[in-house]
Design a binder for this molecule. Structure first.
Ligand code: A3P
Length: 276
């Protein structure tokens, strides 16, 4: 099995811990876990299971690059190691830090329709607050400023969905060709074609097939089937039911995101039919 090598295997097969050659930098709630797990189906890909938070967390970053390397799984030298930490996309210092590690690293961004992503983000935070019995506000009250009736751009779940703004910071360090945009909405409904685009971007032979992904009716999502026969669905926290949001607020947000979406399509060359 991939990922957990014994000492004997490390010596016998010359296994190494490599810095990632590709990183899923975000976006939070875009489907980052699903993307990582699905790419890991490829025999030449090996995932760092945990979010390492090396570049966005000053304490971790201060440990230095060898600390980061030691968090990586053992792999064959020809394999590609992939890490995902969705906070990277929105954290100011990260592009420069990643550039210093490897200026030719490949960067994957998985996005969803921005308003849906914002609601998903809200739903995750809400669940955390409910668990701690903390009070929480309705999405509508967080996303729209009650006094001005304008979209509240201070609200993190809104800000994270302004993809073009964040991407522009990254483009100060990396050329646009080094990014690949994954359609997170399509990864939910029809994952294989999206994964094939990623394989091509990573210069990998096409290996992930319909065999490796089957729709699990009970789960309501695609689940993974490994070549050695075992199956795995993502954790139950992936694929939460979203609260109903007032339609006028949804429309206000869609209208707000529209110009940023246009900019994002223009920069990346990937167009989505997001409403607005
Ligand atoms: P929702 O909980 O809003 O449905 P992330 O891993 O970046 O936190 O993203 C979580 C999202 O991944 C979920 O958002 C879910 O819709 C999506 N997703 C995509 N493919 C999935 C799959 N095969 N199984 C479960 N969730 C999946």
């Amino acid at each position: 099995r991939k990922g957990n090598a014994t000492k004997e295997q490390i010596h016998q097969y010359n296994l190494v811990q490599q810095l990632p050659q590709a990183i899923i930098i975000g976006v939070r709630k875009g489907g980052t876990r699903a993307l990582l797990e699905m790419l890991n189906l490829h025999p030449a890909v090996i995932k760092a299971s945990q979010e390492i938070h090396f570049f966005d967390n000053d304490k971790n970053y201060a440990w230095g690059i060898n600390w980061y390397r030691e968090k990586m799984p053992f792999s064959f030298p020809h394999q590609i190691t992939i890490e995902k930490s969705p906070a990277y996309f929105v954290t100011e210092e990260v592009p420069e830090r990643i550039f210093k590690m490897n200026s030719s690293v490949k960067l994957l961004i998985i996005v969803r329709e921005p308003t849906t992503r914002a609601v998903s983000d809200y739903t995750q935070v809400l669940e955390g607050k409910e668990r701690k019995n903390k009070t929480y506000h309705k999405f509508e009250h967080l996303a729209v400023d009650a006094s001005t009736c304008e979209v509240n751009t201070k609200y993190k779940a809104v800000r994270t969905s302004i993809y073009a703004k964040h991407l522009e910071r990254w483009l100060k360090y990396f050329p646009v060709e080094q990014f690949h945009v994954v359609d997170g909405d399509r990864l939910i409904t029809d994952p294989v074609p999206e994964l094939q685009l990623v394989e091509r971007f990573l210069n990998l032979p096409s290996k992930i097939s319909q065999y490796n992904l089957y729709f699990n009716v009970t789960r309501g999502f695609y689940c993974l089937r490994f070549n050695f026969g075992s199956n795995k669905c993502l954790a139950g926290s992936k694929g939460r039911t979203h609260p109903d949001v007032d339609q006028s607020v949804v429309m206000k947000l869609q209208k707000f995101f529209h110009p940023f979406n246009q900019k994002f399509y223009q920069i990346t060359g990937r167009t989505f039919n997001w409403p607005g």
